[in-house]
Design a protein around this ligand. Sequence first.
Ligand SMILES: [Ca+2]
Ligand SMILES: [Ca+2]
Ligand SMILES: [Ca+2]
Ligand SMILES: [Ca+2]
Length: 106
Amino acid sequence: MPDCNGNGVPYSCDFADGSVRDCDADGVPDSCDIAAGKLDEDADGRIDACEFARGDLDLSGTIDAADLGDLLTIWDTTPAWGDLDGDGRISGGDLAEILLKFGQTA
Ligand SMILES: [Ca+2]
Ligand SMILES: [Ca+2]
Ligand SMILES: [Ca+2]
Ligand SMILES: [Ca+2]
């Protein structure tokens, strides 16, 4: 079994004991995904795509007014991120998701 994070434990065991996250569910620990080139611009150890998917569009760690502003900036477009309900457009469903999570930690 691969052990990309070098802790001597295969991924499957890391997952089993909850010591690693796999927020994008591709079977590779987030830390390894990031090491392999997935974006983590805010360097919090979480793949930015996952944070976007949670609604934290500015990677501040919380869902708040700034994220709402970002959503409105990309309103009615088909960007690579921010489509929280997965319908392919930034629209009312995504706004509802942000409002639902408003004030939460990403
Ligand atoms: Ca992963
Ligand atoms: Ca991040
Ligand atoms: Ca935010
Ligand atoms: Ca959408």
